[in-house]
Write a protein that binds this ligand. Structure first.
Ligand SMILES: [Zn+2]
Length: 471
């Protein structure tokens, strides 16, 4: 016996609507196990025609269609009952390889005949009627909406309504119920139309539980700021109880997990007056997903950046510590790597780890430590004296760190002890209190001997993020 009939490879009718449940089916979703099943469906179609009952119809031309076994291949396909359907059906346009927008449009309209669609429309209508923010005289069901600039262009939204605002403004809204599949071209054309009308197209869904928002990518869901509105019996009841048009809003909320942003699915009941309308982009939303996501991405970016800076700071100190302790196995390679990472943070350091960079590093780290650090010089005073002779160009950085960490006082105290020792041995002593003043004056006066090297500002800020540098 036959082991099942599958669909022919290029069927004329690609989709049918079963009016009994109002749903659209891809012809290939049917797999008939036996010739008898095909015959049964055929009987059902012809009986329904006689009794004028809901039938299986072609999704494009909306005339009855039934499954038939293809003689050559033994596979099945749907054919129109009437010859007119077979000749005039928009699916013929596809066969002739012309634009299929009309088929999409017809299929889309075909959905509107199902019971689900009618039920949803009734709930939506009574919910709108319950809300005094809508002008009752302007609420209309399935009436043609003619283009203001081009009367030949028109649409027939499920419900058209006018929302009134306190400042005498109003907004015309076309509500369209969307049951399952999406028809991109139809949707795009509709958006264009209502945008020209300076009106808003508002999509209403049956439920979101069966909806995988990912399949709406670049489509209704994402275009609508990741908000999706549902009406059901519960929202209908809420609308009546509160005298407001109420929806269930399903949306993504971005949340920060560590340094990455993930989307979490949320659902809540919202009333129409809580929504944001963006006619220009044909968006209406309760939760501003885009703004929130941008904010979180910025925070996440900052977190990552700060974490990297922290690591860089530690690496920089490690490098010089290893140099100081002669623990560096391959200083050239290690420095090259460090330099590369610094560059990625827009920090330029010399090509080689030269004496100047080392001196800068020893000066600022020692100033922070209050003693000689990464150097053979033991005390802060020894380092300061050495710097005064050989590191004049970095005295300004040195001073900022001394000031910030209060180690300037440590230096002065050490200096005072040294002064007393010198006095006893009769030597002349220039105090650091004096030197401090001299350094400041000479720097301010642009004395060439005290010309400051400021090419390490960025490095300095990385090493000491707690210190701000004046411009
Ligand atoms: Zn057809």
């Amino acid at each position: 016996m036959s082991s099942g009939f599958t669909l022919v490879d290029e069927p004329l009718i690609e989709y049918v609507i079963d009016q009994a449940d109002g749903k659209e089916y891809r012809a290939g979703e049917y797999v008939f196990a036996s010739a008898r099943e095909i015959a049964e469906i055929r009987m059902r179609v012809f009986d329904a025609i006689k009794r004028e009952e809901p039938n299986i119809i072609c999704a494009a031309c909306h005339t009855p269609a039934y499954p038939r076994k293809h003689i050559d291949t033994g596979k099945f396909h749907f054919v129109h009952v009437s010859e007119d359907g077979e000749n005039d059906c928009p699916y013929n346009e596809k066969r002739k390889r012309v634009d299929t927008t009309r088929i999409d449009s017809m299929r889309y309209n075909g959905q509107k005949e199902g019971p689900d669609h009618k039920l949803l429309k009734n709930i939506l209508r009574s919910s709108i009627d319950a809300d005094p923010l809508f002008d009752p005289a302007q609420t209309r069901e399935e009436k043609n909406w003619y283009g203001a600039t081009d009367e030949k262009k028109w649409r027939r939204p499920d419900i058209a309504a006018t929302r009134l605002f306190a400042d005498d403004n109003s907004l015309r809204i076309a509500f369209e119920i969307q049951l399952s599949s999406t028809y991109l071209k139809v949707i795009a054309a509709r958006r264009e139309f209502y945008l020209k009308e300076n009106a808003l197209l508002f999509w209403v869904f049956k439920d979101a539980s069966g909806v995988d928002p990912r399949q709406y990518q670049d489509d209704l869901f994402y275009n609508n700021n990741s908000n999706l509105f549902v009406v059901d019996e519960e929202t209908g009841r809420f609308s009546q109880e509160h005298g407001k048009l109420i929806f269930r809003c399903c949306y993504y909320e971005p949340v920060l997990v560590g340094a990455s942003v993930i989307d979490e699915w949320r659902e809540r009941v919202v009333s129409f007056d809580e929504l944001t309308f963006d006619v220009e982009h044909q968006r209406v939303y309760w939760f501003d997903y885009k703004a929130e996501k941008a904010k979180l991405l910025e925070t996440a970016g900052k977190k990552i950046w700060e974490r990297e800076e922290e690591e860089l700071r530690a690496r920089y100190e490690d490098f010089w510590n290893n140099i100081h302790l002669r623990k560096c196995k391959d200083p050239e390679t290690e420095y090259r790597r460090l330099r590369q990472q610094l560059l990625m943070h827009d920090i330029t350091v010399p090509e080689r780890h030269d004496r100047e960079l080392e001196r800068f590093t020893q000066m600022v780290y020692s100033a922070k430590a209050g003693e000689g650090f990464l150097t053979g010089l033991k005390t802060l005073l020894e380092l300061a004296n050495n710097s005064y002779l050989y590191g004049k160009q970095f005295l300004w950085y040195f001073g900022r760190v001394l000031q910030h960490y209060g180690t300037w006082d440590t230096l002065l105290a050490q200096d005072k002890n040294a002064e007393q020792r010198k006095k006893m041995s009769g030597k002349k002593h220039e105090s650091w209190k004096e030197k401090g003043k001299t350094i400041k004056q000479k720097i301010d006066a642009n004395d060439p001997d005290f010309k400051q090297n400021r090419s390490y500002d960025k490095l300095f800020l990385l090493l000491f993020p707690e210190i701000t540098l004046p411009e």
